[in-house]
Design a protein around this ligand. Structure first.
Ligand code: SF4
Length: 486
């Protein structure tokens, strides 16, 4: 099955929706031959048309040019409707291609729509399943008071990136250096990071910003030695007011580099929340994705975290990992629930081009029924968890979602703030993307750091120079342009 699209500046939405029905269909730039299986979507001055041809049979649909919608959405919608009737399949999120379904609900509420109008619009426009919509709506309800706090004028969160990991997971598309290979970069990186944090504090003060949450993520922050963690978190404690923070999270993601000493440092220096990320409790799947630890190591790490006094723990799981099964995923979920962490985040595997899984061995991987895996999340409400944030990513298996579940009162604020883009996020470290949000003036601007640690270290003066764009953004009178990133 090939995908051929003509007459649109970007056929991305059409292509994306065709792949819900034909996941491996390639895009072609030349018209398919008469006997070739294809989905052929086109727009010209007379209207929109779609042809599906498969195993000698075919069906067409056509529509006039849209008056209100964009041609992109209208042609994507026509294509979806044709393929749904052709295949008999109904994807859970219907024809929605956007990554923030909850935001759509917030936006319509802010625009004064009634709940009935939003229900009708959402379900009708996207052909989304009632179940997915109800979850998105419950999350929107739960987020409202949290977003009110997060969108206070001049509120901000601080993100600190540690782009090092003990080994590379096969599905990873992040910029993350292998500790074995790049250990010599770690100390100079931490030294620069501490200087950048000082610069951020100066800029935040100049702009009159007040800090609401801190998130140290990666990569794997516990790739740092205990002393490097002390240096980094000591700088954070010296530079930023920790009292009154809504949350201070450190990802202690992998047990192969997280020990009792590091867990104690994280606690001692003020973190209120950590994340230990099993992804799966199957040793076979862990080996398959390139993790150098066992499921037992995760259980031991979790016990050590509790012993160190951590009272707010998140655990990430991934549905759809290569080699996993529906029963295997259910076992992982039940194991996580039995540990009773305050948060469980269930991701769906995303196949990103920069990941090894896509570049090297996609052919060898089979992906079990991910929708059936996610159905097992019905175990979570019975164990006292509520969904509190939801987002989707491009190229996710079966176009499914990632959902953060929490015990009441343990919602991860930073996750909500960053997903709903309600406040400024000041980012430190390689790959950092500072997002400046002015809710009153409806302005948004980004400042990018260099992507790779060696470039970040070598061109650190430029990193500091760019950071001056933070106070400039808030200084209307200067009208300063923020220097662009790479
Ligand atoms: S731990 Fe996370 S950042 Fe590190 S390699 Fe694995 S997926 Fe990538």
């Amino acid at each position: 099955m090939k995908i051929y699209i003509t007459g649109l500046p970007s056929g991305y939405d059409v292509e994306h929706l065709v792949r819900l029905f034909y996941p491996m269909a390639p895009l072609t730039l030349t018209p398919p031959a008469e006997d070739e299986d294809c989905v052929w979507a086109s727009r010209d001055d007379t209207g929109l048309s779609v042809l599906v041809r498969e195993k000698g049979a075919s069906r067409r649909a056509s529509a006039p040019l849209p008056q209100e919608d964009t041609p992109e959405f209208a042609l994507a919608s026509l294509t979806y409707d044709l393929l749904r009737s052709w295949t008999g399949l109904r994807p859970p999120w219907g024809k929605m291609t956007g990554v923030r379904p909850v935001r759509l609900i917030h936006d319509k509420r802010a625009a004064g729509w009634t709940e009935a109008q939003i229900d009708q619009w959402f379900l009708g426009r996207f052909d989304c399943s009632e179940e997915k919509y109800r979850m998105a709506k419950a999350i929107a309800d739960l987020q409202e008071p949290i977003l009110r706090r997060g969108s206070e004028p001049k509120a901000y969160s601080l993100y600190i990136g540690i782009p090092f990991c003990p080994s590379r997971c096969s599905y990873c598309s992040f910029v993350s250096c292998n500790l074995d290979r790049d250990r010599k970069l770690v100390q100079p990186y931490v030294d620069c990071l501490c200087r950048e944090l000082e610069a951020i504090r100066t800029e935040a003060d100049k702009a009159g910003l007040h800090l609401q949450s801190i998130y140290i993520g990666g990569g794997t922050p516990t790739s740092l030695s205990a002393d490097q963690l002390r240096q980094l978190m000591g700088t954070v404690r010296d530079q930023f007011p920790l009292e009154g923070l809504a949350e201070y999270t450190v990802e202690a993601g992998r047990p192969d580099c997280t020990d009792a000493e590091k867990l104690a440092v994280i606690k001692e220096y003020g973190a209120t929340r950590i994340s230990i990320n099993p992804q799966t409790f199957s040793d076979e799947v862990l080996a398959r994705i390139g993790r150098r630890h066992s499921a037992q190591d995760i259980l031991d790490c979790y016990a050590a975290a509790r012993a160190a006094g951590h009272t707010d723990i998140n655990m990430d799981l991934i549905a759809g990992l290569p080699g996993d099964t529906v029963e295997g995923f259910e076992h992982s979920l039940k194991t996580a629930i039995a540990l009773d962490p305050e948060n469980i985040t269930v991701h769906t595997l995303t196949l990103k081009r920069a990941s090894r899984i896509v570049m090297e061995d996609q052919e060898d991987n089979t992906y079990a029924d991910v929708a059936a895996m996610l159905e097992k999340c019905s175990l979570l409400p019975a164990a006292g968890y509520r969904p509190y944030y939801l987002y989707r990513q491009k190229n996710t298996l079966q176009n499914l979602e990632n959902v953060g579940w929490s015990k009441p009162g343990s919602e991860g604020y930073y996750n909500i703030y960053i997903m709903e883009e309600v406040q400024t996020i000041l980012s430190a470290g390689a790959g950092g993307s500072t997002k400046l949000v002015d809710t009153a003036g409806h302005r948004m601007q980004r400042i990018f750091n260099f992507k790779y640690p060696n470039e970040y270290i070598q061109r650190f003066d430029e990193v500091l120079e760019r950071k001056k764009g933070v106070s400039a953004f808030y200084d209307y009178d200067l009208g300063t342009e923020t220097p662009g990133g790479d």
